[in-house]
Ligand binder design. Sequence first.
Ligand SMILES: O=C(O)c1cc(=O)[nH]c(=O)n1[C@@H]1O[C@H](COP(=O)(O)O)[C@@H](O)[C@H]1O
Length: 312
Amino acid sequence: MSMDRLLEGIAAKQNPTVAGLDPKLAYIPEYILKESFEKYGETLEGAADALLVYNKGLIDALCDIVPAVKPQAAYYEMYGWQGVKALAETIAYARAKGMYVITDGKRNDIGATMQAYASAHLGVTEVCGKNLSAFDADALTVNGYLGSDGIEPLLSVCAKGDKGIFVLVKTSNPSSGELQDRQLATGETVYQLMGGNCETWGEKLPGKFGYSGVGAVVGATYPAQLDELRKTLPHTFFLVPGYGAQGGGADDVAPAFDDNGLGAVVNSSRGILCAWQKEKCDGGEYAAAARREAIRMRDEIVARIGEIKLPN
Ligand SMILES: O=C(O)c1cc(=O)[nH]c(=O)n1[C@@H]1O[C@H](COP(=O)(O)O)[C@@H](O)[C@H]1O
């Protein structure tokens, strides 16, 4: 149920990481851009085609060693409906290759509108009595700061379709403390309260390995909070962004894991996408360079946490 498929993928591949698919034209090798622009002109359609070709090359190179991808919707929306089509095709391609797909949309709204987001990204949309899948990701990042009526619609969609959500709790950005670290009259911080909400919401989506379908986003840039939240949120699986380009390393993310080497999946986007540029290798090697970086990241983290075991 819920997050179990992600945990099974992590254990099978002995790799607790997710590759962030946040593509920009500046990261895409010249030969891909040239072909897409020749086909569709220097248009949004040409750019979106290049994104998709680039993503497919990455997915092909990573799918046997990395359990999940996280496309961030903004990088597709910036190319209009053509970009959004590339997002949908990226999700379908990655799922067909056996990867768990977390759409990073950080969505939230009031209940009725949230229901529409839930249908769009995780559930089905009814058309003339038929239930059709729109984006059909495995999980979605969401903003819980509108309150529980913005989360409830997701829980029923997740229960029906074996899907999960990751709720923003303590985000990786430098200013996250402006709101999230504020202390409430009860003495707890706002992020602690939100973390507690994840445990409560997760009771509706229990998982067979102890982690529910309601995960939490906690940044690699805040290792002390990762440590604290791992201890206080035993049923909440963490999505940990901030490794690599934002400065987080293996030592920072290690506290996010439990004694079985489970408990978190660590994201790297630019670190993987731009590996070929960092290595200064030929564009034709971009996918191989991404794979090398994914292996380096996996090995660095697994060396800290040990073997990953699924509890019985
Ligand atoms: O929800 C997220 O994924 C997220 C939450 C957060 O607190 N910080 C954060 O960086 N992210 C996302 O994680 C990715 C980080 O990208 P890199 O810094 O390039 O690895 C981006 O897609 C961000 O939008």
